[in-house]
Design a protein around this ligand. Sequence first.
Ligand SMILES: [Zn+2]
Length: 204
Amino acid sequence: MKLDWLKNRHILFDIIVGTLIIIVIILLDIFIIKLKSNPAEDKYIKTEQAPGDESAKIPIAVSAGEKVFIPILNFHHIDKAPANLSNFNKGFFIEPDKFETILNDLIKNDYRPVFMSEIVQDLEAKRLPKEKIMAITFDDGNEDFYTKAWPILQNLKIKSNMYIMTGVRGKNWVTPEQIIELDKSGLVEIGSHTVWHPLSLWHV
Ligand SMILES: [Zn+2]
């Protein structure tokens, strides 16, 4: 009886000491991670990029010595994702109001969205941008760019870049007339996104 009581006391002592050791290890890990982290990398605008992707963050354009980080946000569909899509494919959709929230976050944080050609000009001239420039790009040339994204971008006077697949026209895609209108607006830079790629089967 007496021995059992002693044994239990030992087990309790082991548990307390073990727990304390684990707590010390965790605190040390947190301290080491803090020491190693680059303060520049800790500056993010927290915003939602795609439904269900809570971890998406936009890095702030910072110049560290000669290095400049210019955020490029890439979108596909600005629309509510069809319910029958897989979660993976739903990740290519972002609802218009969330898209608008992201744009307003960018404006609030002094970002200036530019054309990719302007970034290339800066790179070629080895010029450091004086402002927090960034690029907003859209792949594929989906119809919802014109119907959902463009009214928001136009209203906020935000420049964007749209890369279209030249081999697909018709239902679900921007029309040649819309492409000309977007180009003439001075707010959208049109580029090529191959002739066609099989992922477009998602929305056929
Ligand atoms: Zn694509």
